[in-house]
Design a protein around this ligand. Structure first.
Ligand code: KG4
Ligand code: ZN
Length: 338
């Protein structure tokens, strides 16, 4: 089954064709990152307009690269939530028009379910059930992936997402948007014990976490140094910050592995590209006797291949939409509106 998948929830316009949920025939991305960089973050209106400009040409490019005709597409899939509403709407409307014109099913895919499914592309042998740590720009959660379309959220951030904190700290340090990758690079040269930054303590739910205290403490430290003219050791600050993020994630993931008894741990989302977090998750999985599944770097960030992968399983579960499909800025990974 050849699925044409569309992703436009943030600042990447992406179209991919994926066969049977596992084989990427083509994966086309038009990144807008450079366009938003001068503003220090994504400007929603600019993102929507740019998606509109790129999406048709990108779909044609995808067909051409895959060597398929339009008639050889069996279904059209699209990220319908969550994301910047104007941006998601562009993809949803394009996908509705494509499905209608081709006379093929329309498959709505939750963006975070897509991030999890990136692992199916990287690991053909990976099948649920498994535990997945989702760490993206907008979400941080520990998910019990019971089946391809059946999930339970064991824990989540109570405030900021991990990626949001990376971006905020990176921005205040003068790093280009999005700050996560630059911060990761700087941290590799630093001493992770030089700055004492807080780790969130377990609350009522031992799998929940918080990053706002860490973000505030990091920003205060930077602003204070600027005010008194103290020179900061930037690589060590980046390393200490990343260590605090990782130290918040690791014990909760380990606890969740113990609770579920799973011996398979996957990581998903843009922050899964972080070198320290990848290394610490590997150590944690080893310690718990679990197999670790980490997507390659290009499948960590937003792409349409991951949407095509998840779409195959959504279709098999009967999750198809009609022309009344809408886009949603927020929606739980479980499917209910929030
Ligand atoms: O999953 P994603 O592409 O978008 C959302 O669905 O939100 O994640 C983007 C996030 C950004 O916050 C970005 O700074 C972060 O992933 N990121 C990283 C790294 N590469 C990307 N964070 C830490 N270390 C990295 N190497
Ligand atoms: Zn994403």
């Amino acid at each position: 089954m050849n699925i044409l998948a569309v992703e436009s929830s943030c600042d990447e316009t992406a179209v991919s064709i994926v066969r049977d949920g596992r084989e990427v025939l083509t994966d086309c991305i038009a990144s807008q990152v450079e366009l938003h960089r001068i503003y220090g973050g994504v400007v929603p209106e600019i993102a929507s307009r740019k998606h509109m400009e790129s999406i048709y040409a990108l779909a044609d490019q995808a067909l051409q690269e895959a060597g398929l005709t339009r008639q050889e597409i069996d279904a059209v899939a699209v990220t319908y939530a969550p994301g910047l509403i104007g941006a998601v709407l562009v993809g949803v409307n394009f996908a509705k028009a494509a499905a209608l014109a081709l006379g093929k099913p329309l498959i709505p895919v939750h963006h975070i379910r897509g991030h999890i499914a990136a692992n199916y592309l990287a690991y053909p042998e990976l099948k649920p059930p498994f535990l997945c740590l989702v760490v993206s720009g907008g979400h941080t959660m520990i998910v019990d992936v019971k089946d391809y379309t059946q999930m339970e959220i064991l824990g989540t951030t109570l405030d900021d997402a991990a990626g949001e904190c990376f971006d905020k700290v990176g921005r205040v340090l003068g790093m280009p948007y999005p700050g996560g990758a630059a911060l990761d690079k700087a941290a590799q040269q630093g001493n992770d014990k030089k700055y004492d930054l807080p780790r969130s303590r377990p609350g009522a739910n031992p799998y929940d976490m918080s990053f706002s205290g860490l973000k505030t403490a990091s920003l205060n430290l930077i602003h204070h140094a600027q005010q008194v003219g103290e020179e900061l050791d930037i690589p060590s600050l980046c390393a200490s910050f990343t260590a605090a993020v990782s130290d918040t994630l690791v014990p909760r993931v380990e606890q969740a592995l113990i609770k579920t008894g799973y011996k398979k741990l996957a990581v998903a989302g843009g922050v899964a590209a972080n070198s320290r977090i990848r290394a610490d998750m590997l150590a944690a999985a080893k310690c718990q006797g679990a197999e670790l599944y980490l997507p390659p770097l290009k499948l960590c960030g937003d792409n349409a291949a991951m949407i095509g992968a998840q779409a195959y399983y959504e279709f098999k579960a009967g999750n198809v939409a009609d022309m009344s499909l809408n886009a949603y800025a927020t929606k739980s990974i479980l499917g209910e509106q929030i």
